[in-house]
Design a protein around this ligand. Structure first.
Ligand code: F0G
Length: 461
C-alpha cells in the first residue's frame, strides 16, 4: 500500500475480545482434541480460522437490513439483489441459497455425473464432498507452479494446466468429463488468482468439447483485483468490468457470499442458461426455500445487494490485498516459509518447511495450528494432511496431499495491522523453538474422508 493510504473506513463499533493465559489455552486444546474447529470462539484472541461469514458489515449494509422485505414470494429485496448480481456477474438468472455449499450442491446435482470427471484447478472441499457422495471423480489440475510453495515467480498460481486437461480429454474422451470448475481465487493453494487468459483458454478448450464451465466465485473480487494489478491490459479497467469478463467465459457461477459478498450468511447460484436455472429453482425449492429467498431472510438479501458492490470497491480491495501482503512480508522477514506470492484472503505457512523434522503423516501444519493457539490465542486452520489427505479406495492406505500448509485466513475489515504483528511475532517465537515440537496422531475421524478435519481428534506425540 502507498504510504499515504490506510484502511478506507473508520471503525464505528467494536467487539471486545478476551485475552487468556497459556495454561487455560492448553486445557481448552486438550478438551478440543487438538482440533481448532472444536475450540470455543470466545476463547480465541485473533480468529483466523476462516474469512467466511466473518466480515464486518458497513453502515450502509446495516441500514439496508432495515429495508428487508420479508415477503415469502417476490420481495422487493430479491429484486434489489437481482440488480446487484446482474451488475457484478453480467448474467441474467440467479438463485439465492443459504450459503455457498448449497449452491455447490445444486451445481453438483446438475453438472457432476457418477463415474465422470469433474476437472478443477483445486476443488473446494464442500464440492469434493458432494462429488464423493454422488460418485463423480473430482480431479485437481492446477499448474505445477501452483503446487510449488517455494516459487514466488508465478503471478497466477491458481491457473488450470491446459495440457493436463487436454490429456484427460484425449485419454478418456470428452464425454467422460461432465464439468470444469474454476475456483477463483484458488483457496486450497494460498488464495492464488487465476488469470483472465487462463479462464478464457480453459473455456475455449471446454467449449470445443461441449464441456460446461462453472466458476466457483467465492473470492471473485479479489481475483479481479489481481487481474487488474498483474495482467497486461487490465490496469485501467474497473473491477466490475473485469468480473463481468471473467463470468462471460462460464455458463454458471456459484458463490459463497460469505466471502467477497461481505455478508455473514448467504450464497448464490448464477447462470446464463435458462434451462439450468429452472432445474436449479426446483432443487432450491426442495432444499432451500422459495426461489425469491432461497433460505435467506429479506434483510440478508439487502445486505448482500450492498455487500457485492462494496466487495468490488477498488479502494477496499487495495487495503484488503495489501493487508495479506503485510502479514506475509512480516513472516518472510523472520525467515518463515510461506506460499509466495501472498494470495488474496490470507497467508499460508508451509508446514513441512516450518517443521522439517515432523513427517507429513504426523501432521506438521496441524501441529503449527496447535502451537499458534497455545502461544498466542490465535486460531488458524490446517490445509494439509488432515483436510486434504485421502484414502486409496482399494487398499485404504492414506494418500498425502501435495500442499501441506497452515492457513491464516483474514476476515474482511475486522483486524488491524497490529493484530497482524501479534500473529507474526507469535509465529516468530515458535519458529525459533521449532526443534522442540513433535508430530501428532489422528485418533478419530468421520465417515466422509474429505470432511474429516471438521470433527477429527488428535493426540500429541
Ligand atoms: N467454495 C469455496 C472456494 C470456498 O472457499 C467455500 C467456503 C465454499 C465454496 C463453501 O461456501 O461455506 O458458504 O458454504 N470456504 C470457507 C473457508 C468455509 O474457510 O475457506 P460456504
Amino acid at each position: 500500500m502507498h504510504f499515504m493510504t490506510a484502511e478506507p473506513f473508520r471503525i464505528k463499533m467494536v467487539e471486545r475480545v478476551k485475552k487468556t493465559t497459556k495454561e487455560e489455552r492448553q486445557i481448552w486444546l486438550q478438551e478440543a482434541g487438538y482440533n481448532a474447529f472444536k475450540i470455543r470462539a470466545e476463547n480465541v484472541y485473533i480468529d483466523c480460522l476462516t474469512d467466511s461469514g466473518t466480515s464486518a458489515m458497513s453502515s450502509e449494509q446495516w441500514s439496508a437490513l432495515m429495508l428487508g422485505d420479508e415477503s415469502y414470494a417476490g420481495s422487493k429485496s430479491f429484486f434489489k439483489l437481482e440488480e446487484s448480481v446482474q451488475d457484478v456477474f453480467g448474467m441474467p438468472y440467479f438463485q439465492p441459497t443459504h450459503q455457498g455449499r448449497a449452491a455447490d450442491y445444486i451445481m453438483a446435482k446438475l453438472y457432476a455425473e457418477k463415474g465422470k470427471y469433474a476437472i478443477g484447478n483445486m476443488h473446494f472441499d464442500t464440492f469434493r464432498g458432494n462429488a464423493e457422495v454422488l460418485g463423480a471423480l473430482a480431479v485437481d489440475y492446477v499448474i505445477d507452479d501452483g503446487k510449488d510453495t517455494a516459487s514466488p515467480s508465478h503471478p497466477f498460481k491458481g491457473n488450470i494446466d491446459l495440457h493436463k486437461m487436454q490429456e484427460l480429454i484425449d485419454g478418456k474422451g470428452s464425454d467422460q468429463i461432465s464439468v470444469v470448475i474454476i475456483t477463483v481465487t484458488c483457496n486450497n493453494n494460498g488464495g492464488q488468482p487465476v488469470s483472465m487468459k487462463n479462464i478464457r483458454e480453459v473455456s475455449e478448450l471446454a467449449k470445443k468439447h461441449s464441456i460446461p464451465v462453472v466458476i466457483d466465485s467465492a473470492r471473485m473480487a479479489e481475483n479481479a483485483y489481481f487481474i487488474q494489478q498483474r495482467e497486461e491490459g487490465y490496469l485501467n479497467k474497473p473491477i466490475k468490468e473485469i468480473t463481468r469478463e471473467m463470468f462471460s467465459y462460464c455458463e454458471t457461477a456459484t458463490m459463497s457470499s460469505k466471502k467477497d459478498g461481505m455478508v455473514n450468511i448467504g450464497g448464490l447460484f448464477v447462470t446464463r442458461n435458462a434451462e439450468i436455472i429452472e432445474k436449479a429453482q426446483q432443487l432450491a425449492i426442495i432444499h432451500e426455500g422459495f426461489i425469491t429467498y432461497g433460505g435467506l431472510a429479506g434483510r440478508d438479501l439487502e445486505a448482500l445487494a450492498v455487500g457485492l458492490q462494496e466487495g468490488c470497491d477498488e479502494h477496499y480491495l487495495e487495503y484488503r490485498i495489501n493487508q495479506a501482503k503485510y502479514l506475509g512480508d512480516r513472516l518472510l522477514e523472520k525467515g518463515i516459509p510461506i506460499i509466495e506470492p501472498t494470495g488474496g484472503h490470507g497467508v499460508y505457512v508451509d508446514g513441512r518447511r516450518f517443521f522439517p523434522e515432523i513427517p507429513q503423516h504426523q501432521f506438521p501444519s496441524q501441529r503449527l495450528v496447535v502451537a499458534l493457539y497455545e502461544v498466542a490465542g490465535v486460531r488458524a486452520v490446517e490445509i494439509g494432511a488432515c483436510a486434504f489427505g485421502s484414502k486409496d479406495p482399494v487398499t485404504g492406505d492414506e494418500i498425502l496431499p501435495e500442499i501441506e500448509t497452515m492457513r491464516i485466513a483474514l476476515s474482511r475489515r475486522v483486524y488491524t495491522n497490529s493484530h497482524m504483528d501479534v500473529i507474526a511475532n507469535a509465529l516468530g517465537e515458535i519458529y525459533k523453538n521449532r526443534e522442540q515440537y513433535k508430530g501428532m496422531k489422528l485418533v478419530h475421524e468421520g465417515s466422509v474422508t474429505s470432511l474429516r478435519h471438521f470433527t477429527a481428534g488428535f493426540e500429541l506425540l
